[in-house]
Design a protein around this ligand. Structure first.
Ligand SMILES: C[S@@+](CC[C@H](N)C(=O)[O-])C[C@H]1O[C@@H](n2cnc3c(N)ncnc32)[C@H](O)[C@@H]1O
Length: 228
């Protein structure tokens, strides 16, 4: 069993200890470690209907541009969901926070102009299924905006990431994994990549196993909505 986690039904995500920790440190990381600026770049220029998957405590909400008509924010963890609802009340655009999991998004197919994935593919149980769902809910020509961390660095860092993934890290960090490759996963799921770039966070100081980030856009190019 995961440390501080509770066993729950399929689709349920309960990490009460991690959720309390994340709610506290994420605010400081935004203010002091360069995350806030990245969130602004993640969301710049979006418009129409947006679905944000695994919205956490809602740190992105304040940064949606006025051209966004509605955000549906899916968050499965109950404490983070409550904090996200508070954050939604202060957001400059309408944000509806709903419970649900990336692997089975509780929304209709082809209904969104953009899917936002922000530090979440590291934590979902099934990355391929989550990206299949992202494709399903996007309209043809719609985009995924992603800000994710993953595998990076030299051989020693990559080995460290793999060892942590098989031992302590997921249990300590709410199911997070360090050695996933979000760009490769998006390609495998049929998205067309670009533009995207790597970045290191925190912006200053030594690189940590979770420092290797990517920020960018991936497109759903085909003309036919998925039926499921
Ligand atoms: C590191 S936090 C990031 C939160 C937020 N996206 C942000 O940018 O600050 C990871 C988030 O993924 C959520 N999560 C974990 N498993 C999930 C799943 N299967 N489906 C959707 N969200 C999930 C967690 O509850 C948590 O809110």
């Amino acid at each position: 069993m995961r440390l501080g986690s509770e066993v729950a039904g399929p689709g349920a995500v309960r990490h009460p200890v991690f959720a309390r920790y994340y709610a506290r440190v994420s605010v400081g990381a935004d203010a002091r470690l360069g995350f806030a600026g990245v969130r602004g770049r993640l969301l710049a220029g979006l418009s129409g209907r947006v679905i944000e998957v695994g919205a956490g405590n809602g740190l992105n909400f304040a940064r949606y541009p006025a051209s966004v008509a509605q955000v549906v924010a899916v968050e499965p963890e109950p404490l983070l969901g409550r904090l996200a609802r508070e954050s939604a009340r202060r957001a400059p655009v309408p944000v509806d926070v709903v419970p649900g999991a990336a692997e089975a998004l509780p929304v209709e197919s082809g209904a969104f102009d953009a899917v936002v994935l922000s530090l979440v593919l590291c934590s979902v149980r099934d990355v391929a299924r989550a990206l299949e769902e992202a494709r399903r809910v996007l309209r043809p020509g719609g985009q995924v905006r992603f800000f994710e961390h993953g595998r990076g660095g030299g051989p020693a860092m990559r080995l460290t990431q793999r060892v942590l993934d098989r031992t302590l890290w997921p249990a300590l960090a709410g199911g997070c994994h360090l050695a996933r490759d979000p760009v490769a996963a998006l390609r495998r799921a049929g998205f067309e990549l670009g533009p995207y770039r790597g970045l290191s966070l925190p912006e200053r100081g030594p690189r940590l196993p979770a420092s290797y980030c990517v920020l960018g856009t991936a497109w759903r190019q085909d003309g036919t909505p998925d039926a499921s």
